[in-house]
Design a protein around this ligand. Structure first.
Ligand code: NIG
Ligand code: FE
Length: 412
């Protein structure tokens, strides 16, 4: 049976088969059809076009989308949505004057989340995380990368990655997982970071790869966390397992991490709130995609990633939520797209491209997700009634989503 959307005011983000991402000036274009139809068969997009060319077939299930828009679901390529508890007390501490770094230095921050997660059962972590996932789907997210990194022991990292796998099995969301054992140095390794890196390389990585629990490897390459030498060791070890990397880098300090990531042919470099000219040069000679996380800049009050500099240099850019308990406790991609326009001077076209097709590329799934393309998964946002897609970022804080289709089925 076919499900057919008719009278779609704007069918947005139409791309040819084979297009994996958009970069530079091309990000300003968001291909669309006004007054369109779209056909879904099984779990995929099987046709679309102008309403004037539409011919109904017997048995079609027709959905009238008059005054509504359809776009591909958001592809959120960077999240830490699997965590236990929350850090709302640290949020209040920051309001009262402490910085994110102050809180981390006194044993809070990532180590605080790690302690809570270590003491929470796998089932409980699953329940708490799945609840967040269900809310994200209602906000239009259709594919999500989730990182480990709140375990920081072999057992707890495995526990997190098993929860991520289980979310993938129990949800209609497309899930990609990333091993982030190098998220922070645990207290007992404070004076011997090398021993913790040994543990990551010699114990965690082999076990995780043996259970096939991760798609990517990540390192928090930052002062006070993991430096260039540490990052290089971990990425070298990950090569033996053919794990491509997605690196947290240049969040607070720029010290050559982007060049290092590019040398390892990283799929993405994420954060980039601090950017130097030589970082742009490194990225221009690479296939590595920059990823901006404006929710984190908003929540921590730190600079935004200079999107204009990256895009004007001809580079691609993806947008992601960074959903995590410490620096971005929201996974609302509609708000991320708004922030990108309001705070990073991206046009709505650039922001939507960055949160859909480029987001899909940033987790290696753009062959099947991120655009309206025949043969791609029918992961679709049907919007509330609106005039044009400009209203998605313009009406910040609103939920523009009327309904969501994942794999050809409306969510309940
Ligand atoms: O992407 N930068 C490192 N990791 C997260 C924050 C994690 C936390 O504070 O719990 C981030 O911002
Ligand atoms: Fe992050």
């Amino acid at each position: 049976m076919r499900t057919v959307f008719i009278n779609i005011r704007e069918l947005i983000q139409i791309r040819p088969v084979g297009q994996k991402s958009v970069a530079g000036k091309a990000m300003k274009t968001l291909p669309k059809i006004n007054n369109a139809f779209l056909i879904v068969q099984n779990d995929c997009i099987s046709g679309f076009g102008l309403m004037t060319d539409f011919k109904a077939q017997n048995g079609d299930q027709i959905i009238d989308a008059t005054d509504r828009l359809i776009l591909p679901c958001w592809c959120d390529s960077h999240s830490h949505v699997v965590y236990a508890g929350n850090r709302s007390q640290e949020f209040v501490d920051r309001i009262n004057g402490l910085s994110y770094e102050d809180i981390a230095q006194r044993g809070g921050g990532i180590l605080n989340s790690a302690k809570t997660l270590q003491n929470t059962s796998e089932d409980d972590i699953f329940e708490q995380s799945f609840d967040r996932i269900e809310k994200l789907i209602r906000l239009g997210t259709g594919a999500l990368e989730i990182k480990s990194g709140y375990g920081l022991t072999t057992d707890a990292e495995l526990k997190m990655l098993r929860v991520i796998r289980s979310i993938g099995h129990h949800s209609e969301l497309k899930i990609k997982s990333t091993f982030l054992g190098a998220h922070a140095v645990p207290e007992q390794y404070k004076t011997n970071k090398e021993a913790y890196i040994d543990l990551i390389i010699n114990e965690m990585l082999p076990k995780i790869c043996q259970e096939n629990l991760t798609d990517f490897i990540d390192v928090f390459c930052e002062k006070g966390y993991f430096g260039l030498v540490d990052t290089k060791r971990i990425l070298t070890a990950a090569k033996n397992y053919n794990l491509q990397s997605k690196i947290h880098v240049n969040q607070f300090n720029a010290f050559g991490g982007i060049k290092l990531a590019v040398d390892f042919n990283a799929l993405t470099v994420d954060h980039l709130e601090q950017l130097e000219d030589k970082d742009i040069v490194a990225l221009k000679n690479s296939e590595t995609m920059p990823v901006a996380l404006p929710g984190c800049s908003f929540f921590l009050g730190i600079p935004y990633t200079p999107a204009r500099v990256l895009i004007n240099a001809g580079l691609p850019l993806a947008l992601a939520s960074d959903y995590n308990p410490g620096s971005s406790p929201s996974g609302n991609m509609n708000f991320v797209v708004s922030l990108a326009c309001i705070k990073m001077n991206m046009t709505p076209e650039e922001a939507i491209n960055a949160a859909s097709i480029n987001g899909a590329h940033a987790m290696g799934i753009s062959e099947q997700y991120g655009s309206i393309t025949i043969g791609k998964k029918a992961n679709l946002i049907l919007t509330k009634k609106m005039q044009s897609y400009h209203q998605i970022p313009y009406e910040f804080g609103n939920n523009p989503v009327h309904n969501v289709m994942l794999n050809g089925r409306f969510i309940e």
